[in-house]
Design a protein around this ligand. Structure first.
Ligand SMILES: O=C(O)CCC(=O)C(=O)O
Ligand SMILES: [Fe+2]
Length: 273
């Protein structure tokens, strides 16, 4: 993989903090059109039999969804987060009909899953998605609060929730724990969103472009406050530092001394006592 397509360390730190990254209009128009045609024609197969198979084996002759997945930028995103040659988990083509006034309830796409290793989900938007068309609503910073699917369904709106409002060809990539929900579609056109879940086959350690690994803004990124968790922001920062330690392969890595302080339990007996 050419380094220019891999994510850098600052982007990876943002992924660790927000649980997601958005790439606007990275898929060209002809692939967007072909993807929608393939989805309409139900040509994009993938089923229980293909779960856990190499992702590279899927949709090899597809000039829409397959071509989107093989774009160097998309391959670079995938490889940076889950490594080369990951596994296909499942996909789902979501369409929301015109004038559909209800949305999904808030949920995460899993049962409680406390792994440090993580899956990613690509959310691909093949056409312009203005707010009234109801792109997926995401909650940045929610992925490390591991919940059981619709446990969070009683909530309506959160401070700093992020609706996916985008130009055609946008891709959002999210940690498997992200809280999200489809929004109503108040336009008279059908809304498409293609979701694809991918599993790593390698340790997710330093697999991105690490040239900027010591960028001084990285520690501060872990202290971003999304505000919806009230007074718990410091606990979230600690969770992010733990995930970053896993990803850089250094269990002593710290940001502003936060973990070092609470891990300091000296065992040395003072001399002369
Ligand atoms: O249709 C959407 O925007 C979201 C669908 C969804 O929750 C999912 O794909 O997991
Ligand atoms: Fe979902």
């Amino acid at each position: 993989m050419d380094k220019q397509y891999l994510l850098n360390s600052v982007q990876m730190a943002n992924f660790v903090t927000d649980g997601m990254l958005i790439f606007d209009a990275i898929v060209p128009e002809e692939i967007n059109h072909e993807s929608m045609r393939e989805l309409d024609a139900k040509e994009i197969k993938g089923a229980y039999e293909t779960q856990g198979q190499p992702l590279d084996n899927l949709w090899q002759s597809s000039k829409g969804i397959g071509a989107m997945m093989r774009l160097p930028q998309v391959q670079g995103i995938i490889e940076s987060l889950v490594g080369a040659h990951p596994l296909y988990d499942h996909h789902f083509p979501h369409t929301v009909g015109p004038n559909h006034k209800s949305g999904q309830i808030w949920h995460a796409d899993n049962i409680i899953d406390p792994r440090m290793a993580f899956d990613i989900q690509l959310f691909y938007f093949p056409h312009d998605t203005p707010r009234e068309m109801g792109g997926t609503m995401f909650l940045p910073g929610s992925h490390l609060r591991r919940v059981h699917e619709t446990d969070i369904g009683r909530y309506q709106n959160f401070l700093n929730q992020k609706p996916m409002v985008c130009k055609a060809g946008a891709v959002a990539v999210a940690h498997h724990g992200i809280w999200h929900c489809a929004q109503p579609n108040l336009t008279d056109q059908r809304r498409y969103m293609f979701k694809l879940r991918i599993n790593p086959t390698v340790k997710q350690e330093l697999i991105w472009n690490t040239d900027d690994l010591n960028d001084p803004q990285i520690p501060d990124i872990f202290f971003r406050n999304h505000r919806w968790y009230g007074n718990d922001d410091r606990l979230e920062s600690a969770n992010r530092i733990k995930l970053w330690r896993f990803m850089v392969g250094d269990d002593k890595w710290d940001a502003h001394y936060w973990m070092t302080r609470i891990e300091n339990e000296p065992t040395r007996v003072p001399v002369g006592v």
